[in-house]
Design a protein around this ligand. Structure first.
Ligand SMILES: Cc1cc2nc3c(=O)[nH]c(=O)nc-3n(C[C@H](O)[C@H](O)[C@H](O)COP(=O)(O)O)c2cc1C
Length: 207
């Protein structure tokens, strides 16, 4: 059941938006929100048009939000072209939305390796087998054939190495907006934005 939330107040939220995000993420975990770590990532295509898709947040801290993917995928190529991107989380059960825009950088090889080796073997095999975002001219059969090939290649390998083009990204936010629905009333929106002189500035936006 959806839980009514206390009003969102600019005087009681954390001064640092990542701290506030941590509180909200904890709330989402406690409320058993389904897939609270699912976020919509929007990138800018080379033709200037926006592209969105879901990815899983695999960590966050004061530096920003992390996910992992194939760096030769459409999103990987788009990020190489334009590193500014946007993220959205929707926690329906809490009637909350968080938006963030920021600058994306690649994680180090060591960080990408650490996550890669924590993944189940089937996911590692899948990552090797799938040329993410490419057109499969041979249909599903092509993918199945690739999978069989990769399974054979690594049949005697315990620790499957990380493909060189697979790894993590981090979005360092320069804007985070908290949105909270209010029952039968105007909703609350608080935006944090970085200001060169003042650091994080909190502003209330009209819903
Ligand atoms: C809930 C959910 C989580 C996903 N998580 C990831 C992820 O962490 N990494 C990833 O590469 N794709 C993930 N995907 C698949 C992407 O949405 C997308 O299909 C894929 O990355 C290719 O996107 P692109 O062609 O725009 O690069 C996820 C899909 C869903 C529905």
């Amino acid at each position: 059941m959806d839980e009514p939330q206390p009003p969102l107040d600019e005087l009681s939220v954390a001064v640092d938006p990542l701290e506030q995000f941590t509180l909200w993420f904890d709330d989402a975990l406690k409320a058993r929100v389904r897939q609270p770590d699912a976020m919509i990532l929007s990138t800018v295509g080379i033709d200037g048009s926006p592209r969105s898709r879901a990815v899983l947040m695999r960590g966050f801290d004061e530096r920003g939000f992390v996910w992992h993917t194939n760096r030769l995928s459409a999103k990987g190529r788009e990020l190489a072209y334009e590193p500014r991107a946007a993220l959205v989380w929707h926690w329906r059960e809490l009637n909350r939305q968080v938006r963030s825009t920021g600058l994306v950088t690649q994680l180090s090889d060591a960080e990408s390796d650490e996550y890669w080796h924590s993944r189940p073997r089937v996911s590692q095999i899948g990552a090797w087998a799938s040329p993410q975002s490419a057109v499969l001219e041979g249909g599903r059969a092509e993918l199945d054939a690739r999978l069989a090939q990769i399974e054979a290649r690594f049949a005697n390998t315990d620790a499957i190495p990380r493909p060189s083009d697979w790894g993590g990204y981090r979005l360092a936010p320069f804007m985070i907006e908290l949105w909270q629905g209010r029952e039968a009333r105007l909703h609350d929106r608080l935006r944090y934005r970085t200001d060169p002189a003042q650091g994080w500035v909190i502003e209330r936006l009209a819903p």
